[in-house]
Structures are given as C-alpha cells and as structure tokens.
Design a protein around this ligand. Structure first.
Ligand code: TLP
Length: 363
C-alpha cells in the first residue's frame, strides 16, 4: 500500500528506534527526564523562544496555547478552515470557553486587512477578541506557506492592540524549507508556536509548544490538567530529537514528490488542481468533474494499492512523507490516470446508452 492519507502515518526509522531503546529516562512530571529536557531545550532554540514543552499531540499543544492566551467568553480569530476550528472537536469552546471567529480565505492565509474588520472590541454586546491563531503551513488550504510580511504585520498590529498570536505550526518545518526561512525567524514575533514531531519530521509521537518561559511554565500545568503528564517520556522524546535534527534536510524531497503528483493530476480529465499552488507536501484536488464521490474515489484507489482520503464530498487530499518515494508517486500518477480514464469511459458509455434508448423511444 502507498499511504498518502497523511504524514502522520510514518513509522519510526532504525535510528529513531535505536535512540528510543537507548534513551535515558526519568519522571518527567518531576522534570527529571533528561531526554525530554534535551528535546524541550532544543525545540525552544529552534523556535527562538525561551522555553518549550513536549506534549503528546498537536491538538493538545493548540488547546493549551489557546487556554494560555484567553479567558472564558472571548473570541479567537482564525481562518475559516483552520485545524483549531474544524478538526479539534471544538476544543476552543470545551477547554477555554471561547468562540472561534472564522475569517474566509482563499488558501488559508490570513492578512491583517482581512483580520481587522473581524476584531471585536470589549463592549455590552461583544465578546472581545484576544487571540489570533494562524496555521503555517495551512493544511486544508493545500499546504500553503505564510508570506513572512503577512505574519509579521499580523503580529505587529495584534500586539499594538494588546492581542496575542499563536501559530499552529504543525508543519512549520515544511514552511521553513519551502521559503528558505529559519523557523525562529518565521515565528519571531508570535507569542507561541506549536509544531509536530509526528508529521513531516517522521517521529512516532509528540508535538512541541514553544513560547516565553512564563507561558510554558503555565502550559506545563495545563498539560497535567489535560492528562498529558507522561512520566518516562524520554523513550518518545528520543525519536522526536532524531526527527528534529535529521528530517528538515529531507523535506524538499517530499515537496518535489507532491509537485509531481499535482502535475500528473493536472493532466487528467475530470480533476481540477492548480499545480503551481502546491508549495509543500500537501495536494488537494477537486474531483467534481469525475461525477463520483470522494468515498468512491478512495475505494477505487485502495483497490489499486493507494490510500488517500477525501476532505469533503468533492475534494481529495494526498500528503507526501518520508515513507513514500518518488517511484511510489510515479506509480500513483499511473493509478490516478487509470481511474480517471475508467470513469470518463463509463460516463461516455452511459451517455451513449442514454442517447440510444431515447432514440429507440423516439425521443
Ligand atoms: N492533522 C491531521 C488531521 O487531523 C487532519 C492530518 O492528517 O493532517 N494542526 C494541524 C495543522 C494539523 O494538520 C494537525 C493534524 C494538528 C494540528 C493536530 O495534530 P495531532 O493529530 O497530533 O493532534
């Protein structure tokens, strides 16, 4: 099976497994796990922040970040397809008592011009805005990368107004490689950033939340409250450290493979995708023209050894990662073309039969 459902599906490599087996551990709730401590120091350094916290998932990292920056009854501005809004079980409402104020965008990238009209001042009728949450790269926007000037402007304008900015950087290393900008520079002005070890970086488990020493000290308490105090977590952190050090250097390959898929898809009848918009490791394409659902499309792919999911009834997503080679992607292009040709042939046969029946009936 060639698994393009997500970059979350990667399996730890031999170096990670060896590091896990050899990891020095201690009780992390007492702050005594040397491997977790090393990972947290390294993550803080890479993000250019004072401190970082190892959390089990990206969802927990985002949940804690939103809690850190808000009080109950406030609003959080995010793009309308943000992961924090659509894919995290309304955690914003559940844990922080906040309302998401979604702003529609073309590819998931917000600008200050779009954010400003959505701000809500404190008043007799408004829940005030206190936080802006940005996603870089933007998953459902198709792996899009924040232009640096937009992120800088959003942070500057937000801070002038006493608002905070969180970056859901689950795939911020992809953004860094695609833009040639160090992660620390990308998130320089953001208050917190979450990134995932378990996605493009290839580790089996874990995400990091980075920010000021004060914010991360509070985050540690929220993590415990959420049940995320993980004790001898050094066995997991060890794999994360390998991913953090080794994986960014190979991400360009995933981006080239995604581009190859997108260029192949762009040639196929019934499929709409703009290959030029594919900047990182995510390809989202519209199959409306084929006249079959994404569930049916996934089924046909699976029957030919390829796994990929729909993100809704009309759009499919494919994500490249370390466990998918260029040759795999070339094979996927062949499979895609076979499916689209079969569907087109079935459609034209159905149309011909319909015309013939109508002709016979004198229609
Ligand atoms: N994304 C997953 C699914 O939940 C959609 C995926 O397969 O892409 N932020 C962003 C931008 C994400 O894409 C994800 C996971 C998360 C946060 C949450 O991370 P986890 O799965 O570790 O909770």
């Amino acid at each position: 099976m060639i698994d393009l459902r997500s970059d979350t599906v990667t399996k730890p490599n031999q170096k990670m497994r060896a590091a896990m087996a050899a990891a020095e551990v201690g009780d992390d709730v007492y702050g005594e796990d040397p491997t977790v401590n090393r990972l947290e120091e390294r993550a803080a350094e890479v993000c250019g922040k004072q401190a970082a916290l190892f959390v089990p998932t990206g969802t927990m990292g985002n949940t804690i970040a939103i809690k850190l920056h808000t009080k109950h009854g406030e609003e959080v501005i995010c793009d309308a397809r943000a992961h924090v809004m659509d894919w995290e079980l309304a955690m914003m409402a559940w844990f922080s008592g906040c309302l998401a104020r979604p702003v529609p965008t073309l590819n998931g990238i917000l600008t200050w011009k779009q954010i400003e009209p959505a701000l809500r001042p404190k008043g007799p009728h408004n829940a005030p805005t206190t936080l802006i949450s940005l996603e870089d790269t933007h998953n459902m926007g198709g792996g899009t990368v924040y232009p640096q000037h937009d992120m800088d402007e959003i942070c500057a304008e937000a801070h002038t107004r006493g608002l905070r900015v969180h970056v859901d950087g689950a795939r911020v290393f992809n953004a860094s490689v695609a833009s040639g900008t160090p992660v620390a520079r990308i998130v320089r002005d953001a208050d917190t950033v979450m990134f995932c070890l378990s996605k493009a970086l290839g580790a089996p488990v874990g995400s990091m939340l980075a920010g000021s020493a004060e914010a991360i000290a509070d985050a540690r308490l929220y993590r415990k409250r959420l049940g995320g105090g993980m004790r001898q977590a050094g066995v997991l952190a060890a794999a994360g450290l390998v991913g953090l050090e080794d994986s960014p250097a190979r991400l360009a390959e995933d981006h080239r493979n995604a581009r190859l898929l997108a260029e192949g898809l762009a040639e196929l009848p019934g499929i709409a995708v703009d290959a030029a918009l594919v900047q990182t490791n995510i390809v989202i394409f519209d199959i409306t023209g084929l006249g079959i659902t994404t569930a049916e499309f996934s089924k046909r792919l699976k029957a030919r050894g390829v796994l990929a999911n729909g993100i809704n009834a009309s759009h499919m997503r494919m994500v490249t990662h370390v466990d998918v080679t260029r040759a795999d992607c070339e094979r996927v292009v062949g499979v895609l073309s076979e499916i689209s040709e079969n569907v087109s042939r079935q459609k034209s046969r159905a149309t011909n039969e319909h015309d013939y029946t109508r002709m016979q009936a004198g229609g």
